[in-house]
Design a protein around this ligand. Structure first.
Ligand SMILES: NC(=O)c1ccc[n+]([C@@H]2O[C@H](COP(=O)([O-])OP(=O)(O)OC[C@H]3O[C@@H](n4cnc5c(N)ncnc54)[C@H](O)[C@@H]3O)[C@@H](O)[C@H]2O)c1
Length: 431
């Protein structure tokens, strides 16, 4: 179907690496995947997919003959010129991006005029330049460098690969590698931003910081709505129709989570600070988000008569958003910890993320279904808007609960249906 295309290597087979590998295999490339996690590689070699991402298992299976998995970077270097790096860049204790995994990859590369390192991982502006210096210090010559930041969203990652809003290629003048990356993405027909390396790096950080700002902004509007009687859903509808603003990321709730927004906002703030600039706005974005996760506790206290000690609270959903098992930065982590600290008994159900959640919150009372978690609860909190929770039979829920409070942490439920079932509905800035 597809004409033969350049083989590539993908280093790091997590959410970004596996989706990138699957996407380019689908476009016809032979893909050499490398990871230091031997167990993960063994599972992938057996055809198992270690993460939950809709459609990924099918695409990896369909193109299995083009996908090769190894812990050895040697094979990747032998077969591919473009080395896509998709290793993790989590925050350090200082809040800066931890680039140790990136540098571990860089340190393995020998001199070569044939290879290019294509950075998919989110890295601070200036990383491309520091990698060039690291090569020079080790006497490694010839490796080209391209910044190609990734914008996929977990839960719709394959769709995002196939239909990106834009492809960003940051390159040094005169290198062959930028054009090679552009050629690889060309069949997707996406708008192309071809620029210098530093600007490409900054595009990624600025995009995530802006999206996080939009969420914290609408959450603050929601909090003011609660004080003034306005309804944030109506407000967001009216605001979002302004095409300078747009309707996306204007859903108020109990804060953003995930591995990216928190760490990228922090990385940008500290990148600015390390360069001598105080990025004031991002302090507020982060603080608003942290407080937003905790607002549910005061809502529960207000409705349940003050003390939460001994009260039963059911959490519906734990993952940081629907259609993923990713628990990194999930609002449920803060919420559950606060509830347990107040002495509440917390039951929880997530259709996909329970295994990951158990690693981080072993003390929760995990249940096998939403109704199981709800049974005997004084209050139910919608934390992650999985479709099955939106389709619950609320009359059934009312019978199963011992109390009557439903807190809709994502403004995703139908308030009228819940009230018709005899329950008390409380959204975030909405009636
Ligand atoms: N997850 C997202 O939604 C998303 C979206 C856009 C960008 N990003 C960025 O992409 C990068 C990867 O994110 P992720 O969510 O896929 O991370 P992840 O933790 O799911 O995967 C990282 C993988 O890299 C492997 N690894 C670590 N060190 C390695 C090494 N030296 N050699 C080979 N493999 C190594 C790990 O074992 C792991 O499998 C991060 O910088 C992240 O900020 C993530």
């Amino acid at each position: 179907m597809n004409a033969p295309r350049a083989p590539i290597a993908v280093i790091g087979t997590g959410y970004v690496g596996l989706v990138t590998a699957a996407g380019f295999a689908e476009l016809g490339s032979e893909v050499w995947c490398v990871d230091i996690d031997a167990e993960k590689i063994a599972r992938l070699q057996r055809g198992e997919v270690p993460i939950y991402e809709p459609g990924l298992e099918e695409v990896l299976a369909r193109h299995a003959e083009r996908l090769h998995f190894s812990t050895d970077i040697g094979q990747a270097l032998e077969h591919a010129r473009l080395l896509f790096v998709a290793v993790g860049t989590p925050p350090t204790y200082s809040g800066d991006a931890d680039l140790s995994a990136v540098h571990a990859v860089v340190d393995e590369l020998p001199s070569s005029g044939d290879h290019a390192l294509v950075m998919k991982s989110t890295v601070p502006c200036g990383t491309g330049a520091s990698i060039q210096r690291a090569f020079e210090e080790r006497g490694v010559q010839g490796i080209a460098y391209v910044s190609c930041p990734e914008f996929l969203k977990e839960g719709t990652a394959l769709k995002d690969f196939r239909h990106p809003d834009r492809v960003v290629v940051g390159e040094h003048d005169g290198s062959w590698a930028g054009q090679a990356v552009v050629d690889l993405y060309e069949p997707l027909g996406a708008p192309l931003v071809r620029t210098d390396v530093a600007s490409a790096e900054m595009i990624k950080l600025a995009s995530n910081a802006f999206l996080a700002t939009k969420i914290s902004f609408i959450n603050e509007i929601a909090n003011v709505c609660e004080e003034t009687g306005a309804d944030v859903v109506e407000v967001a509808r009216g605001v979002g129709l302004d095409d300078r603003i747009g309707p996306k990321f204007l859903q108020a709730g109990i804060g953003y989570g995930g591995s990216c927004f928190t760490k990228d906002v922090s990385a940008l703030k500290l990148l600015a600070a390390n360069s001598g600039y105080h990025f004031q706005l991002l302090n507020a974005v982060t603080e608003v988000n942290e407080l937003q996760k905790r607002r549910v506790v005061s809502k529960l206290e207000r409705h349940l008569g003050g003390k939460l000690s001994g009260r039963r609270v059911a959490l519906l959903g734990l993952a940081f958003k629907p259609e993923t098992d990713d628990m990194r930065g999930a609002s449920s982590l803060v919420l559950a910890a606060r509830l347990l600290a107040e002495g509440a008994k917390v039951t929880a159900f997530d259709p996909v993320a329970e295994q990951e959640a158990r690693k981080l919150m072993p003390q929760l009372d995990y249940r096998d279904s939403a109704l199981d978690a709800i049974e005997g609860a004084d209050a139910v909190v919608l934390v992650t808007e999985w479709r099955e929770f939106l389709e619950l039979d609320w009359k059934h829920v009312a019978q199963a609960m011992s109390g009557d409070l439903v807190i809709d942490g994502r403004n995703a439920l139908d308030a009228a249906t819940i009230r018709d079932a005899g329950l008390v509905y409380e959204g975030i800035g909405t009636r």
